[in-house]
Design a protein around this ligand. Sequence first.
Ligand code: FES
Length: 255
Amino acid sequence: MIQTKAHVVKRESERGHVILTLKAAALAMRLGPGQPILVRPGPGLDPYLPRTFHPLSIQDDLLSIRIPPDADRGHAWLRARSVGETLDCLGPVGRGFRIAAQARRLLCLGEGEWAWTLLSLVEKAVAQGVAVTLAVEATSATRAIPAQRLPLAVEYRLATVDGSRGRRGRISTLLPELLSWADAVAAAGTMAFYQTLAAAIEEQRLLLRHGYAQALYPSTFFCGVGACQTCARDVAGGRRRVCLRGPVFDLADIV
Ligand code: FES
């Protein structure tokens, strides 16, 4: 993990959220899909705690982060940053997603805001020639990932709870069809979503085996190096610090 200055080289504002593209060569070269970075959310010590971001894209010396449209004071400060400014960043945190050498059909499943954390994995898998389906559940069309953010080769399936785009309802209704296609799964969502996913896999494949599905543990981080203990959870057979053992786990280890 390194601490570094990242230069804001691009700022996009869209539907209330802001996407900042950051130039930080040393950080980008160490970073992989599923590994978050911590960003200082103000010019001084207030707010004190860093904010957690999963880069949407990691390319050469660039990475991009999305600041969501919420009421958090640190996020508000970050949304106001402009091109030319610098941000204090720390990362990468923990272990990310792995793309198995034998994977040919990768199913990425995202629930709500967590779905955005899968975009850098989608980008990397497509670049490696893996067939990717991204299935997302959003509350409405305005909160969903826009299709134009995805590589052309990706099949995008969307379910919206209010029916404003894609299939109306929950993503769980798509799981039997999608799981019969996939030879590997990567998921990002809530623990309740992971329970549903594990049950669907057991229904489809009779057994949830290690090595089939990975899941991003839904957590934010304060130190990212195992010192503060705030991310300790009962996972993988014991009390573990998610920032060290995760945040990406085998699904069988967290449900
Ligand atoms: S974030 Fe501090 S121990 Fe994990």
